[in-house]
Design a protein. Structure first.
Length: 405
């Protein structure tokens, strides 16, 4: 199988991910400038997460119903227009808080639909034996965008409030162009008329039932809930702890760079780890690393040390994430890819907004150490479950587990 189409898509998404990180810094800054309200800045951010919570499962059904490439093109076009409207609004002085909320929702909806379609299409672009490496590369671009995009977004906003939003709009145009260069279909041929006549609820239920019947994928999806919840909640924890220990906003920004560094290091190590070790080793390493580092985070006071510890948690993550993504891409039938990917995405990220609210309240009322210890207890339970699970211990290698194509 020629990997040219995957490389084209990957390059387009590198540009798109960087643009998203750049505008992600600018959105709250512009909202604060317009309204002077931290609550409204938070509302704009929350508006962007609403589609992930409310439309993920239906997005999976749509991805399995219709042409994935056309849907991805529509997402990029809509997001480019939305971000360009903000750039124009800033330049011509008509931008408003309601506009930012609407654009944030469009951005979140486009991300949700595009991401599920992209994950569902991976099996059409990459042979089974190279799926783990391709999945690791996809994670690497996100960590790279995080590392470069956050400081770049702040710098561009300092030059002109128009530039970050214009840059993101251009990044979606670049992604749109990359998709046009891909000639290969991104889904297998199927009877779309018969599929459309079915109720979305029935289609979603079919995806949930299929995933639940797969012991390894089901167990991994359940384990992702506590691990992703913890690692995302810790973002707020380490920021609050650093501030209480006297760190300046600038120092906190430097501290959080280690997230991207850890993820990029993990991305470089992932292909070697995947070739040398069975898949369960990546799962065990990620959970054990997180569990062991949590008590240390509770007692460390130096902000840079906090950043390094938090960043270290991301080092094993790409290996685990790449293996799970590869198994899903290889094992799930193409006509179910969107729905199974959407269920996995919702399990992974759906609890994060609620977790952030809960962790914020816990930090306010109980303090940093008790909050971290609660997260530690969650990770201990997840680690014990993983180590004792026969579904993980006896999983077959990917090339043996995947059905013949």
């Amino acid at each position: 199988m020629d990997l040219r189409a995957f490389r084209i898509l990957w390059v387009g998404q590198v540009v798109s991910a960087l643009g998203t990180r750049v505008s992600g810094v600018a959105f709250p800054l512009l909202t604060l400038l317009l309204t002077g309200s931290a609550t409204k800045a938070g509302a704009v951010g929350f508006a962007g997460t609403l589609p992930l919570l409310t439309m993920t499962l239906h997005a999976g059904a749509f991805v399995d119903r219709y042409d994935r490439k056309k849907m991805m093109l529509a997402c990029e076009a809509a997001r480019a227009i939305a971000l360009a409207s903000v750039a124009a609004g800033v330049f011509f002085h008509f931008v408003s808080f309601p506009q930012l909320v609407v654009v944030s929702v469009i951005e979140g909806a486009g991300f949700t639909l595009f991401e599920i379609a992209q994950r569902a299409a991976l099996r059409q672009l990459v042979p089974v034996e190279q799926l783990p490496h391709a999945a690791a590369l996809n994670q690497g671009r996100e960590y790279g965008a995080l590392l470069v995009g956050l400081p770049l977004g702040g710098a561009l906003y300092g030059i002109s409030r128009v530039v970050p939003f214009l840059a993101d709009a251009v990044s979606y145009v670049a992604s749109f162009a990359s998709l046009l260069l891909i000639r290969r279909p991104l889904n297998e041929a199927r009877d779309t008329q018969q599929t459309v006549r079915r109720r979305a609820r029935d289609e979603i239920g079919e995806g949930i039932a299929w995933l639940w019947r797969q012991p390894f994928l089901r167990t991994c999806s359940l384990l992702v809930i506590p691990s992703d919840l913890t690692v995302n909640a810790l973002f707020l924890v380490v920021v609050v702890l650093a501030r209480r220990h006297g760190a300046s906003p600038g120092l906190i920004g430097v501290m959080l760079i280690f997230n991207g560094v850890g993820g990029l290091v993990g991305t470089l190590l992932a292909p070697h780890a995947i070739r040398r070790f069975p898949p369960q080793v990546g799962i065990y390493a990620t959970l054990i690393t997180m569990t062991l580092l949590l008590p240390v985070i509770a007692v460390v006071r130096n902000p840079i040390a906090l950043g390094i510890l938090y960043g270290a948690m991301f080092v094993p993550y790409p290996t685990w994430g790449a293996m799970i993504s590869a198994y899903r891409a290889a094992l799930v039938p193409d006509h179910l890819q969107g729905r199974v990917q959407s269920v996995a995405t919702l399990l992974s990220l759906g609890a994060v907004p609620v977790a952030l609210l809960a962790v914020g309240a816990a930090l306010q009322h109980f303090g940093g150490v008790p909050t971290v210890l609660v997260l530690f207890a969650i990770m201990v339970a997840a680690t014990v479950y993983a180590l004792s699970s026969q579904n993980i211990r006896h999983v077959a290698p990917l090339t043996e587990a995947a059905p013949a194509s």
